[in-house]
Design a protein around this ligand. Structure first.
Ligand code: R5P
Length: 274
């Protein structure tokens, strides 16, 4: 059995993984040029790449380059897939961007693994193996008796799995998007309880901050959070620092710097297992 070679795009260059060398440049017109610079003829190749808001063409080109270089592309591993929140038409006239991205990936006819995708509804457009890093993140928590919280209905299944793992009760919040932003509500008892919020991603931190404010108002003793993807857009880290959340545990699907409050769990070893 020949050893698998990894081909990593820039989107995952923060991961400490050995990658096949590629030449990447941009023509004066702005067109992208890609070339594999190693002999991969007959070798098994796995592409590891996030789908960022702008790199889908790069991924398509890479797959083509591997084929032309005679590599045997066995899998594409996607630690973080952007656009997965737009999984259906929410308002008339929108683009269903998650469906578009998944349909593009489907036509590559390569097995795909995605980690903690926002919405499994996208299986309608792409068949993929879905894996979760959340059970690994849970191991980093102090061993309290938690109330597990999903900040919205869409995340209930995800948080439910963690509640089951911890033999903990599950509380699902109701998140509503309005023109003024989001509102969150819940019913249940968290007074003097240790609470664990489970989510797929932290972007601006708004969801988490709103959930935390409500939980504190209802007397939660201490609040922890696990989320696979730490985007921490803008001043999210700063705002979360002041929120009183004891610990936020994320993975390094995206490049995140740890802080006193934010612990980052590395996933390279998991990715290497395929
Ligand atoms: C939304 O449904 C997701 O599961 C996350 O809760 C959300 O995307 C986090 O975004 P933000 O941090 O900007 O509230």
């Amino acid at each position: 059995m020949k050893a698998i070679k990894y081909l990593c795009t820039n989107s995952v260059q923060h991961l400490k993984l050995p990658s096949i060398k590629i030449e990447k440049s941009v023509f004066p017109e702005g067109e992208l040029y890609l070339r594999i610079k190693e002999n991969i003829k007959g070798k098994p190749v796995t592409i590891i790449t996030n789908i960022t808001p702008t790199n889908i063409l790069e991924v398509l080109f890479l797959v083509d380059a591997v084929k032309h270089a005679g590599g045997k592309l066995n899998k594409i591993i996607i630690p973080f897939l952007s656009y997965a929140r737009q999984d259906k038409l929410y308002h008339p006239g929108e683009a269903v961007s998650g469906a578009v991205v998944c349909s593009l990936l489907r036509q590559l006819h390569v097995p795909i693994t995605v980690y903690d995708i926002h919405s499994e509804k996208l299986r309608k457009y792409l068949s993929f193996e879905h894996r979760s890093i959340l059970p690994l993140l849970v191991k980093q928590l102090p061993k309290w008796q938690y109330v597990v919280v999903s900040p919205d209905l869409g995340g209930a299944k995800r948080a439910g799995k963690i509640a089951k793992l911890l033999h903990a009760p599950l509380l699902v919040m109701k998140k509503t998007r309005t023109k003024k932003g989001i509102t969150i509500a819940f019913s249940g008892n968290v007074t003097n309880k240790s609470v664990l919020i489970v989510d797929d991603m932290i972007s601006t931190g708004t969801t988490l901050l709103k959930a935390v404010a409500l939980l504190r108002k209802h007397g939660a003793k201490e609040i922890y959070c696990i989320a696979t993807h730490g985007l921490f857009v803008g001043n999210a880290k700063q705002k979360l620092k002041q929120s009183g959340i004891k610990k936020i545990i994320v993975s390094n699907t995206l490049p995140v710097k740890a802080t006193k409050q934010i612990r980052v769990v590395r996933i390279e070893q998991i990715l290497k297992k395929g």
